[in-house]
Write a protein that binds this ligand. Structure first.
Ligand code: IPE
Ligand code: IPE
Ligand code: MG
Length: 244
């Protein structure tokens, strides 16, 4: 665990830090539009937010951090923006993987590796997986070409392909066929930019996650906002259907 670089203004109980935090990084386009810039500049500005958020997560001892980088629905955006996002994600991975590796971060990917994912990006993903496979400080999961419904469909397909008996199809079986079955469900989901929806993110896994929504646009998000969300999380009472 990293020493707190500066004490967050909000109180965080270091013994009750969420093990898994998941972020819907939203609002890049609006951030850019407010500055009269093209939407893609908003994506570029999101990199600093991401890097600071990862450092903040390391600082407080988050064990798993998942970020929604590209959804299965984002292919419907204009071709130029899609192309930009493919190149941007590829170069971001290449630019950042060494420093993350040095910090003990295991970089992983969740989503469909279908024909639409450029081969070069796919190769970079494989190299990055391999480079960081032995790291244990934090798992940083990039949800890329990810859709919660697609993930459930893929799990069911695998079960059917294996000829699984009807009686053996239970929650445990489905869970074990998710993309990253060893990753625990998110304790906390943060969505930026004032949108109150899930947008097909981790549908199966968020059944009992605490949701925190903030108006901050993703490029403005910093570790302090993460700490605030964690503090809010710690004020909640998680009951999982039971009585507290
Ligand atoms: C989130 O920002 C990034 C991706 C979906 C890739 P947006 O691009 O959705 O930004 P807004 O929501 O249009 O402001
Ligand atoms: C969700 O944001 C996807 C990512 C952050 C990658 P969107 O901006 O695509 O979601 P909607 O379209 O507003 O629901
Ligand atoms: Mg959006």
């Amino acid at each position: 665990m990293y020493p707190l670089r500066y004490l967050p203004k909000v109180a965080i109980d270091r013994k009750r830090v969420p093990a898994h935090v998941a972020c819907v990084m939203d609002g890049n386009g609006r951030w850019a539009a407010r500055r009269g810039l093209p939407r893609t500049d908003g994506h570029a500005a999101g990199e600093e937010a991401l890097v600071d958020t990862i450092d903040g997560a390391l600082e407080i001892g988050v064990r798993y951090l998942t970020v929604y980088a590209f959804s299965t629905e984002n292919w419907k955006r204009p071709r130029d923006e899609v192309r930009y996002l493919m190149n941007f994600n590829e170069s971001l991975i290449v630019r950042r993987r060494d420093e993350l590796h040095e910090k003990g971060v295991r970089i992983r990917f969740s989503g469909r590796r279908d024909w639409r994912v450029p081969r070069r990006l796919s190769r970079r993903m494989d190299e990055t997986l391999e480079l960081t496979a032995g790291n244990t400080t934090m798992d940083f999961v990039i949800a890329f070409n990810y859709g919660g419904r697609a993930e459930i469909v893929d799990a069911v397909r695998e079960l059917v392909a294996k000829g699984t008996d009807t009686g053996k199809v239970d929650e445990r079986a489905i869970r074990s066929h998710m993309y990253l079955p060893d990753v625990p469900d998110p304790d906390l989901v943060i969505r930026t930019s004032g949108e109150f929806r899930v947008s097909n993110f981790l549908l199966w896994q968020i059944a009992y996650s605490e949701m925190v929504f903030t108006d901050v646009l993703w490029p403005d998000f910093r570790r302090e906002h993460l700490f605030e969300a964690v503090s809010e999380y710690q004020r909640r009472s998680r009951r999982f259907g039971k009585l507290s």
